[in-house]
Design a protein around this ligand. Structure first.
Ligand code: SF4
Length: 231
């Protein structure tokens, strides 16, 4: 059995982390809709809250509400699904102080863990076993000035950098950023159209014309289930 297929071994957080609490918007089981593990059954832990307000945000319901849970309660809920992949998402999960402890505890429990993040907050406290799936916010998102550029240096070839594009101007901006920061040499690059704003076929043709070193992707969960929450 490889490390990638190892069965989770323990769900108890370490003594130092056990007292941590997190505000949880939802925990659910679905197919991963994006990233390199697209299509894989995955437990999603969605943390409440986000300091950004992207124009295309589809998880505004996670900006507030949810319930406080201890780290051990979260681990117990995750364990009920008997899954291999766990994605910590939001909102912006790193906006909660206990997020790094949650990520570490999930790794300790044997899960293959990914973090979906806006990239607007410092990621240096993220456990190195975690796959970071980080956005670079484009001008069309309305939050381009929130990019925390120092995070790029923390990405490795196990991580993924995601561009969600609203229009041609976003595409040109992304192309320039990829070249200027030599991002193709650093990690996998994901590019997707903002749902309902940019035709997927148009973006696909731009990428092919430029032979851009990115992986085009659509949000699988939206193709399957539309805007349904908890999917
Ligand atoms: S960072 Fe994500 S959760 Fe926050 S506003 Fe933007 S799209 Fe929504």
């Amino acid at each position: 059995m490889t490390a990638d297929t190892a069965t989770p071994v323990s769900t108890a957080a370490s003594d130092s982390a056990a007292g941590e609490r997190l505000r949880i918007s939802e925990i659910f089981f679905s197919l991963q809709g994006e990233s390199r593990s697209v299509g894989c059954p995955t437990v999603f832990v969605r943390l409440t809250g986000c300091p950004l307000r992207c124009g295309y945000c589809d998880t505004g319901y996670a900006f507030s509400g949810g319930e406080w849970m201890s780290l051990d309660q979260v681990l117990t809920r995750v364990d009920e699904y008997h899954a291999h992949f766990v994605t910590v998402t939001g909102g912006e999960p790193m906006a909660q102080r206990a997020c790094p402890a949650l990520l570490g505890a999930l790794c300790d429990a044997g899960y293959q863990v990914s973090l979906e993040t806006s990239g607007a907050l410092d990621l240096s406290a993220v456990d190195p076993r975690v796959v970071k799936v980080m956005d670079l916010k484009t001008p069309g998102s309305g939050e381009v000035e929130r990019n925390h550029w120092d995070n790029i240096a923390l990405l490795t070839d196990r991580d993924q950098l995601k561009f969600v594009l609203c229009d041609r101007a976003d595409y040109e901006w992304s192309k320039d950023v990829i070249a200027r920061h030599e991002l193709a040499d650093r990690c996998e690059l994901l590019m997707s159209p903002s749902f309902g704003q940019l035709e997927p076929r148009t973006l696909a043709e731009w990428i092919l014309q430029d032979r851009l070193p990115v992986r085009f992707q659509l949000q699988l969960h939206k193709l399957l289930w539309g805007e349904e929450q908890g999917r």
